[in-house]
Design a protein around this ligand. Structure first.
Ligand code: NAD
Length: 298
């Protein structure tokens, strides 16, 4: 039976380290500041943003939330981002995606000052990650968190191991592949145009699923003993829980995979809780960099 990688517990440890370092910084008069910006009323985004702001407060950060109307003009949002760029009390700026259609998301992201881009989506941070300058980059929170989970099982050096990432998004798949490469894994990125995906997946000592298709990856796709990191979060009907009820599942068929994999992240409770923890860690790192302090090792 596969080892269950407890993302909830590991995320808790990260938040504890961040909180304790934030307390030390406070003694020097430094308070990490996170600004979260949301445009519109999307219920899922509202939940994410509220939990990010709440977690920042729990960590002892200065936490501000800007909630803008769905019809906010792009120029107003740009102006807000520029104001936050100049605000010395703010070390991290997060603009919740997706933005309404009339706003050019790329333009907004590229306006965030790279040194405050705690989501790691600015070209400068993408480039730093791509060139292996990890100490200077902000790495997107979900793959950064997935990497920490993987480290608990496989250590920091993945030399000689083959990793397959299924999914090539800019938010998860590509940065994950770069992180694995930086850790010396031999990396394959598979996606919707890959031939014979099961065979590709079966070659992986480390299999990362970031597709967004419920339980697509079956036990037969997994190399015995592989470490499986399931980034997918999918809501499916759960009539067994009552009429109209739903439940969350990953991209991996967990029950089948558990008997083949060496270690696996569950959904929920695996990668999910790591994302917000890494956002806190990135914000703390930003405050440390801005004040010439070393961020804590995670
Ligand atoms: P995306 O839709 O941007 O990208 C999905 C990728 O999967 C694409 O590159 C596509 O080529 C690939 N793909 C689609 N169908 C495929 C198929 N049949 N076979 C092989 N590859 C296929 O999604 P994303 O933003 O990268 O997110 C992926 C999953 O991770 C989603 O379930 C999302 O909810 C989840 N996610 C979780 C967190 C978190 O844990 N906090 C954060 C971000 C995303």
């Amino acid at each position: 039976m596969a080892e269950n990688i407890d993302g909830k517990a590991i995320a808790g440890e990260v938040v504890e380290k961040v909180t304790s370092r934030a307390r030390e910084l406070a003694a020097d008069g430094i308070v990490p500041g996170l600004a979260v910006v949301i445009v519109g009323e999307d219920p899922a985004s509202q939940v994410y943003v509220a939990s990010k702001s709440r977690k920042a407060k729990e960590c002892g950060f200065h936490s501000v939330q800007h909630s803008l109307a769905v019809d906010t003009p792009e120029d107003d949002l740009l102006a807000l981002v520029e104001t936050l760029n100049r605000d010395p009390a703010i070390h991290g700026i997060l603009v919740q995606l997706p933005l309404p259609d009339h706003i050019d998301t790329g333009r907004i992201i590229q306006t965030i000052a790279p040194e405050k881009d705690v989501d790691g989506f600015h070209y400068t941070n993408v480039g730093k990650l791509g060139t292996g300058a990890l100490e200077e980059a902000f790495v997107p929170c979900t793959p950064a968190g997935a990497m920490l989970l993987l480290e608990r099982v496989r250590g920091r050096d993945l030399s000689g191991l083959s990793a397959v990432v299924i999914g090539r998004s800019n938010i998860v798949g590509k940065p994950m592949a770069n992180l694995l490469l930086a850790a010396n894994a031999t990396v394959t990125i598979a996606h919707s145009r890959t031939n014979d995906l099961p065979a590709v997946a079966r070659g992986a000592d480390i299999l990362v699923a970031a597709v967004g298709r419920p339980q697509m990856i079956k036990a037969a796709w997994i190399k015995p003993g592989a470490t499986v990191i399931d980034v997918g979060i999918n809501r499916i009907p759960a009539p067994e829980r009552g009429e109209g009820k739903t439940r969350l599942v990953g991209d991996v068929d967990f029950e089948g995979a558990e008997s083949v994999a060496g270690a696996i992240t569950p959904v929920p409770g695996g990668v999910g809780p790591m994302t917000i923890a890494m956002l806190m860690a990135n914000t703390l790192t930003s405050a440390c960099r801005a004040n010439g302090k070393r961020p804590p090792a995670l």
